[in-house]
Write a protein that binds this ligand. Structure first.
Ligand code: SF4
Length: 498
């Protein structure tokens, strides 16, 4: 049996690698042209695969590494050389991928056995047993269930510290003059430099900058990144996890999601390391719990909700939103400080943190009226940690409220939220305190217009009562001005003059 290792399964501890010593890896290049993927994402995946190949060989595995246009071509070459080979692979999380690979293998005379994917903390069977026949899910319930089942951050039957979450301590903004500890940078080695040159030449349409590539591409570097985070950034991660600061793309965020999604780190070891730091007295509980929630709660939850909600999730659009993305998402050229800053982070690094993703990039697209599939495509191509299984539920479900399977209300807000959690508004040409008028913050009119346009769907939705009390307090003249301003902003978005 030969282990077929995909580009997001780069883990030496993976179960199939404990039983077999022949490995197949296929670096499929045409895939990278299906979207104008961020060049750092392409470099990250190809470089990490090549480093993993070398590490496997150093450890005595016999690795067949094929660079091909497509998986089908790679398999043709593999089966020409080794007819009838039986393959084993960890079941990939993207919908239907395992069965598609099985078909490709069987049509070339081999077989493919799909086994449990070790790179998640929980299994499909565990989630299915917990969820039963439900078709909508709440992350908080799942998160508590996993902590109880695994004992993570638990003291017996109770959560450590007596509370399940410490969000009330995790919504601070840093004081003036504060700057975060520097994020680790991993200097590209010869292998990565070769991949960078390849990506530059092969993918001229790629969207994003390759000027500064600092991501870990090996197991060793990923482990250094985890240790660096725990020692230098975790303590302040908690209180400032929702904050946004001009000129700071990383703040105290772990920047580990790409390494975890590639398999260079497992969610189990990440959570264990963080919990150990807490138990050793090195970091505060609110920071540790906030981080554990992202991994144990959100990451696992999204994987399972996606699995159970596909394929309908990809096309969901319960609000019938049809606008194209404003030009500023592609150019970063906009007077809106919040948008230009966050798009700049994505363009420059293939990354923006969770609040920038949810409350700036998704929130603005939501109130503007962007089609959820178009927004998902943009996230999918632009982020180094984006894969279909994670981007789709996050953007379609949470960011766009295109379905209510994982959220009971939309994450929509006016400019007030951005003003509260960032220093963007103070120097923005738009006035966050104004709803209509030429210089009014675009978020504001769009937000009220959004509530009005989708009143039929949203008014009865849980937790929207207060918002609709404000809607009801506005008179016809106010609504006319809001509607005009919202239409003007949409036109500016289309024209690239926002
Ligand atoms: Fe963004 Fe509005 Fe604040 Fe400007 S005023 S930074 S557009 S929220």
């Amino acid at each position: 049996m030969t282990v077929w290792v995909l580009g997001d399964q780069l883990n030496l501890e993976a179960t199939p690698l404990q039983h077999e010593d022949h490995v197949l890896m296929i670096e499929a290049h045409e895939f990278g042209e299906r979207l104008p993927y961020h060049p750092q994402k392409l470099v990250l995946v190809f470089s990490a695969m090549r480093h993993f190949r070398d590490e496997l060989r150093e450890r005595g595995y016999e690795v067949t590494y094929i660079c091909a246009e497509m998986f089908s071509e790679g398999l043709d070459r593999f089966y020409d050389a080794t007819p009838g080979t039986n393959l084993v692979m960890m079941d990939p999380p993207s919908h239907g991928a395992g069965e598609r690979f099985r078909y490709l293998v069987e049509s070339r005379g081999g077989s493919l056995t799909l086994v449990e994917n070790d790179l998640f903390l929980t299994t499909p069977a565990e989630f299915d047993a917990w969820a039963g026949d439900a078709s909508s899910y709440r992350q908080e319930h799942w998160y508590r269930h996993v902590r109880r089942e695994t004992g993570i951050l638990m003291d017996g039957d109770d959560p450590v510290g007596g509370e399940w979450n410490y969000d009330d301590q995790n919504r601070e903004t840093p004081p003036d003059g504060w700057s975060p500890p520097e994020a680790p940078r991993f200097v590209p080695d010869e292998v990565t430099m070769e991949v960078i040159e390849f990506v530059r030449e092969r993918y001229p349409e790629a969207w994003g900058s390759l000027y500064e590539f600092v991501w870990p591409v090996t197991r060793k570097e990923a482990r250094q990144a985890l240790d660096h985070f725990v020692e230098n950034r975790l303590a302040e991660f908690g209180p400032y996890q929702d904050a946004m600061v001009r000129g700071e793309w990383a703040l105290c965020h772990s920047l580990l999601s790409a390494a975890i999604n590639l398999g260079l780190l497992t969610p189990h070891e990440v959570v264990t390391t963080v919990e150990t730091a807490y138990r050793d007295g090195d970091v505060p509980l609110n920071s540790v719990e906030g981080f554990v929630r992202q991994v144990v709660g959100w990451r696992e939850f999204m994987r399972h909700v996606y699995r159970r909600s596909m394929p309908e999730l990809t096309t969901a659009n319960q609000l019938d939103q049809t606008e194209s993305l404003p030009a500023g998402y592609w150019t970063g050229d906009t007077e809106m400080n919040c948008l230009s800053e966050t798009v700049g982070h994505v363009y420059g690094h293939g990354y923006a943190h969770h609040i920038e993703r949810l409350m700036v990039l998704s929130n603005f697209a939501l109130v503007y009226g962007v089609n959820p599939q178009e927004l998902t495509r943009w996230f999918h191509l632009g982020f180094v940690d984006a894969y279909h299984w994670v981007t789709t539920p996050n953007v379609v479900g949470m960011g766009s409220f295109a379905t209510d399977v994982l959220s009971s209300k939309p994450y929509a807000s006016s400019g007030n939220y951005v003003n509260k959690m960032s220093d963007y508004c103070a120097s923005c040409p738009y006035a966050v305190s104004e709803t209509v008028g030429e210089n009014s913050c675009p978020f504001n009119a769009l937000y009220w217009d959004f509530l009005k346009r989708h009143e039929e769907t949203l008014r009865g939705t849980g937790r929207m009562g207060l918002m609709y009390a404000h809607v009801d307090s506005k008179d016809d003249d106010e609504w006319e001005a809001i509607s005009e301003r919202a239409a003007k902003i949409r036109q500016m978005g289309r024209d690239g003059t926002l």
